[in-house]
Write a protein that binds this ligand. Structure first.
Ligand code: UTP
Length: 278
């Protein structure tokens, strides 16, 4: 029995960096080859044993729900043809996972989006995936690597990677002491610091394991950077009260919320696809 069964996908953001593509379509539905970002995310959660999927959506995001549902007309149309294989993966996901949804009615930040998901999670530890960060784990999926760290230390875990100094202002950045190879005890966390204020170049990316006390902490967290309720600020409180670990994951991450990262991801997956199919 996996220790963590639930995974939350905050997916209510506007995706302004990808306008106009995201004007009427969720950014999580942007495809890398023939698969939308959200499906890569759900597959990663499944690999970590988390088959109870919760999504925080918003206006204009209904395509996410439809994607993880059966389309009877389509199924009927392609039944018995060679095209059935294209739906095999998504059918497996629908068969093995449960999906629940709630809406964030005002976009008050990632911390607020996670708090909105409390109704889907309850009082148990859970994974969080930001599907626009597409991760390819080295051997094990990134969330599965993090679940192992959680199993050992039983506290919140954030995934980090080294970024160039001139990019730290885009991320939450941590300071910490190394506990074991690639695992840091967080002593400080700053959301989108100026390069001279950044405590390191270890940036938090879109993967978290959170303990459920985070909900009360977020409730007590005032708006921070950009007037939004920041998960980084809540985690900083958790780090002071208890312990938060930062984990330098093994693998690659593509920032598919930006055009550059999106193109890099497509090239990466296309290379792999050519080796398999071509
Ligand atoms: P981003 O900072 O990438 O914002 O949010 P965004 O709106 O999605 O994209 P840009 O910057 O305008 O292009 C990080 C994650 O947090 C979610 C987003 O959906 C994304 O997965 N989020 C953010 C919410 O669900 N609600 C919010 O209020 C803010």
């Amino acid at each position: 029995m996996p220790m963590i069964k639930k995974c939350l996908f905050p997916a209510a953001g506007y995706g302004t960096r990808f306008l106009p593509a995201t004007k009427a379509m969720p950014k999580e539905m942007l495809p890398i080859l023939n698969k939308p970002l959200i499906q890569y995310g759900v597959e990663e959660a499944m690999e970590a044993g988390m088959t109870n999927i919760g999504m925080v959506t918003g206006r204009g995001k209904r395509a996410l729900e439809d994607h993880f549902d059966v389309s009877y007309e389509l199924e009927h149309q392609i039944s018995g043809t060679s095209k059935e294989k294209y739906l095999a993966d998504i059918r497996k996901i629908i068969g093995e996972c449960t999906f629940s949804y709630t809406r964030q009615t005002e976009m008050k930040g990632l911390g607020h989006a996670i708090l909105t998901g409390e109704t889907l999670i309850g009082r148990e530890p859970f994974g969080v995936i930001l599907a626009d960060d597409l991760c390819v784990g080295d051997g094990l999926s990134v969330l599965a690597q993090m679940a192992r760290i959680y199993a050992k230390y039983r506290c919140s875990v954030v995934a980090i990677e080294e970024v160039p100094q001139d990019e730290v202002h885009k991320y939450g950045v941590i300071a910490g002491s190394e506990l074991e190879d690639g695992v840091y005890v967080v002593s400080n966390m700053v959301e989108k610091p100026a390069p001279e204020e950044a405590p390191s170049n270890l940036a938090i990316i879109g993967r978290y394991i959170l303990t459920p006390d985070i909900f009360d902490v977020i409730r007590a967290t005032p708006p921070g950077r950009n007037g939004e309720i920041q998960i980084t600020d809540a985690l900083q409180t958790q780090a002071v009260k208890n312990m938060v670990l930062a984990y330098r994951f093994k693998g690659k991450r593509f920032d598919c919320g930006s055009v550059e990262g999106f193109v890099e991801a497509i090239n990466h997956f296309y290379q792999h696809w050519k080796e398999v199919e071509g």
